[in-house]
Design a protein around this ligand. Structure first.
Ligand SMILES: Cc1cc2nc3c(=O)[nH]c(=O)nc-3n(C[C@H](O)[C@H](O)[C@H](O)COP(=O)(O)OP(=O)(O)OC[C@H]3O[C@@H](n4cnc5c(N)ncnc54)[C@H](O)[C@@H]3O)c2cc1C
Length: 398
């Protein structure tokens, strides 16, 4: 692993200052307040403002709506977006789905959508999970039946995050129920404004807004099909691998751990705890920050955070989530009742940062694939162990 630092050229330093100035003006306290209240993972004003600078797809050429950034500038931008806590869920889902659209959509459709995607006006969400279960994506039930030049969609998708802020869903449908499950799937980029689409809000314990989306006789023109009929699994593979943290650019500049995204919340909770400890004085007149037992427990959490940051591949996804879940609970135990006060309550610690981190942490073990499923990935693909066989599997039935 290369831990050397990168020396910025004067041009790169000016770029960093430009980004910082732009984001400090654009990502206001109101943006953060909106995010806490809605849990949308999206802010239209910020999204479109980033698009106006070509920063939604920063490595795309300028003439295609990007900013033509080199790897160092792209990394500077990514770090600044993180520092400013830019709501990023819809930004990420759009980028993940675009990979498949660019590769598998009818070229006319891709060319039509590209300028809007770059400008932030056109956005995509991910319609993978079924109400019956999300881990086994290939078992998807939503029916897509051909009728002339259209497909008729009937069924439902659960947890389609951002659907209410997107124009299209990257949707998996069952086009042949008679063949083995992986072989009867087709992917669509289904417009969400078609008759028969109903989006219902789901507000999670973790403060996020996601959605159940119902499809009743929704007629999707064939031009919105991505890839071949019954070849959906091949279309889905790239975006799934990217979401699972595989195939990251090997330029030494990107985050090592796919769990890094969870640890940012942990860092904020740690900062809030350190700040609290500095200011808090116990009844015997001693400062919490001078208590060796407190410092020992806090130090252990900082080690866990660092371990999460540097753990690569699918192990990092698991470690990042567990460091946050267990760490947020430990910090609450260290701080005591004050840490339970939520955002908006009188006396809430750092605006309810600990309460939020603890609640938000739980979902990180679920979305983008549960940590149990990631353990299977580690067993099979990292350790080379045989595929796990579970009760009910055909392999156990003679
Ligand atoms: C806040 C939030 C946002 C989400 N956003 C999206 C989104 O935008 N788009 C989308 O399509 N989905 C989204 N999801 C769905 C998410 O991907 C699924 O919840 C996840 O894949 C797990 O599916 P499930 O909840 O149906 O659990 P199930 O698949 O029913 O699993 C139930 C339990 O069984 C375990 N399990 C299942 N299979 C295995 C296995 N093979 N080995 C070991 N254990 C197993 C799981 O770990 C889990 O504990 C979101 C979920 C949440 C909570």
């Amino acid at each position: 692993m290369d831990f050397s630092t990168v020396d910025l050229t004067p041009g790169q330093q000016r770029f960093a200052e430009d980004v910082r100035g732009f984001l400090d003006e654009t990502v206001t306290p109101e943006v953060h307040e909106h995010e806490r209240l809605t849990g949308d993972g999206f802010n239209e004003g910020v999204h479109v403002a980033l698009g106006s600078r070509g920063w939604l797809f920063p490595t795309w050429p300028v003439e295609e709506g990007g900013a033509g950034l080199d790897p160092v500038r792209r990394r500077i931008l990514a770090l600044e977006l993180e520092r400013c806590r830019v709501p990023h869920v819809t930004l990420s889902t759009t980028a993940l789905a675009w990979n498949a659209v660019a590769r598998f959509a009818d070229p006319g459709l891709a060319a039509e959508l590209r300028p809007g995607v770059a400008a932030g006006r056109v956005r995509f969400c991910l319609g993978y999970s079924d109400p019956e279960g999300g881990s086994d994506i290939a078992a998807s039930h939503l029916r897509a039946a051909r009728d002339g030049e259209e497909w008729v969609l009937d069924g439902a998708k659960m947890f389609t995050t951002g659907a209410h802020n997107c124009q299209y869903t990257f949707l998996i449908g069952r086009t042949d129920p008679e063949v083995p499950k992986h072989k009867g799937l087709t992917m669509f980029l289904a417009p969400l404004d078609l008759p028969g689409v109903e989006i219902q809000a789901i507000h999670t314990y973790g403060g996020e807004r996601t959605n159940a989306v119902y499809y009743t006789g929704v007629r999707v023109p064939d031009r919105y099909r991505l890839g071949g009929v019954n070849e959906g699994w091949a279309v889905l593979h790239g975006p799934l691998d990217a979401e699972h943290g595989a195939g990251k650019e090997a330029d030494g500049l990107t985050d090592v751990s796919p769990g890094r995204v969870f640890l940012r919340e942990f860092e904020r909770a740690l900062d809030a705890t350190v700040d609290w400890a500095r200011k808090s004085v116990r009844s015997d007149g001693t400062r919490v920050a001078d208590d060796p037992a407190f410092l020992d427990r806090l130090g252990r959490q900082i080690v866990e955070l660092e371990a999460g940051v540097v753990t690569p591949g699918p192990m990092g996804r698991i470690k990042g989530s567990l460091a946050l879940i267990e760490g947020a609970a430990e910090l609450m135990d260290l701080v005591g009742p004050e840490s339970l006060l939520a955002h908006g309550a009188d006396g809430a610690l750092a605006g309810g940062e600990l309460d939020f981190a603890h609640r938000w942490a739980q979902g990180t073990a679920i979305y983008g694939g549960t940590i149990e499923v990631f353990r299977n990935i580690v067993a099979q693909h990292v350790l080379g162990l045989p595929r796990a066989v579970f009760p009910g599997s055909k392999a156990l039935v003679r």
